[in-house]
Design a binder for this molecule. Structure first.
Ligand code: NAD
Length: 357
């Protein structure tokens, strides 16, 4: 039997509720597909502050580094809003991403056919559903470049610098091509090469990595302004989109909103190796914590991404995604309720996904 060691950070608010359901679904998938998950629980965020005084204890970093991969719920809440800035729950989140060297952020924008009505896009644009993966560079570019203030022609001015080195572009390009190989085999690299020198280096480097290492993947290039338009005009044309930190920040939000519901959106952050950090994109939803109303599907879909991208269990990942789709046809949590279907609690939704699996 294949065995995996998983670090599990439940976090705060609805974190523990949604993570419990994802673990349950992973357990069921393991029974069906012949692998065992060993969970190693650690503290992150507000619960870590309560227990240790710090949002990211060293023990948590060690647990995640020793594991094959990490599953995270969500952190934060009003209880810790008055904690000083450097010890806020969100610091723990940034800290763990940094400690694990996560330079690639993956956000799938998926519209399940059952949830077509929740998308702001018209049905004829969505067609039979949608599945786009945005791969965003996470640790370089203008958010980390040189910045400052100076005087220009006697007036105050400010500047930020977009800079990418060849190795930074190469490693994110490889992630995108590898993802495409596990999907429909197409990468669209997004830049602004008609204006920006950094984009010209980006385009040349992505093209070279493609030609040398991934010739079997289909590569295209698109300017970012056109991509923003194409995502709402004809999103079905995309499989994997790879782009810089700032363009990815904007495009991944745009892409994820076309799916319509925050409780459905999964994400992954990867380093060079196989290990990654998998989490829903929503927060700890303190307004509904403890009421059983949380939608666990974003976390369950994050767990499916972990199976596909970190653990090489693509068949189990496909089966979980198909089970989520079937579950959506039989019941809904309150955030995506439909008049014709029963409203389920968080645990009932987890149980239904297991049953559909
Ligand atoms: P949020 O995502 O927690 O909630 C926004 C709204 O969406 C709320 O009405 C909430 O009830 C609803 N919602 C979110 N997830 C849901 C789910 N799974 N099922 C059903 N409804 C869901 O954002 P917020 O209210 O701005 O932030 C709350 C706390 O979470 C803050 O402390 C914030 O800092 C933190 N936060 C953490 C993360 C993270 O851990 N990655 C991300 C964003 C916000």
């Amino acid at each position: 039997m294949r065995e995996y060691q998983i670090a599990v950070l439940k976090g705060d608010g609805i974190g523990p509720e949604i993570v419990d359901e994802a673990i349950r679904v992973l357990g069921k998938a393991g029974e069906k597909f012949g692998f065992a998950m060993h969970c190693h629980y650690a503290l992150l965020g507000g619960c870590a502050i309560d227990e240790t005084g710090m949002p990211l204890p060293q023990e948590t970093i060690d647990t995640c580094k020793a594991a094959d991969s990490t599953l995270l719920g969500a952190v934060g809440g009003p209880k810790w809003d008055s904690v000083p800035g450097d010890r806020r729950p969100e610091k723990g989140l940034l800290g763990i991403r940094g400690a694990l060297g996560l330079f690639a952020n993956l956000r799938p924008a998926v519209i399940f056919p059952e949830l077509r009505g929740a998308s702001p896009l018209r049905p004829e644009i969505i067609g039979d559903g949608l599945d786009v993966l945005v791969v965003r560079e996470l640790t370089g570019g203008i958010y980390f470049g040189e910045r400052g203030r100076r005087t220009v022609n006697g007036a105050e001015a400010a500047y930020d610098t977009e800079q990418y080195s060849v190795p930074e572009i190469e490693r994110i390009a490889r992630v995108a091509f590898q993802m495409a190989q596990k999907r429909r085999g197409r990468v669209c690299s997004v830049d602004k090469a008609n204006v920006l020198e950094s984009s010209r280096l980006w385009r040349a480097t992505v093209t070279r990595i493609h030609d040398e290492e991934f010739p079997q993947v289909e590569l295209s290039h698109m300017y970012v302004d056109n991509c923003a338009m194409q995502l709402v005009r004809n999103p079905g044309q995309f499989d994997v989109i790879v782009t810089s930190n700032i363009f990815g920040d904007i495009l991944s939000d745009e892409a994820s909103m076309i799916s319509g519901s925050i409780g459905m959106l999964a994400s992954a952050s990867l380093s060079g190796g196989k290990a990654g950090l998998y989490e829903p994109i929503h927060g700890s939803a303190p307004d509904i914590a403890g009421t059983g109303k949380a939608n666990p599907l974003a976390t369950i879909l994050s767990a499916a991404m972990m199976l596909r991208y970190s653990l090489g269990e693509a068949e189990a990942a496909d089966a979980i995604e198909a089970a989520v789709s079937r579950a959506l046809a039989r019941g809904r949590t309150a955030d995506i309720a439909s008049k014709e279907l029963p409203v389920l609690s968080c645990t009932e939704m987890g149980a239904l996904v297991c049953e559909c699996l």
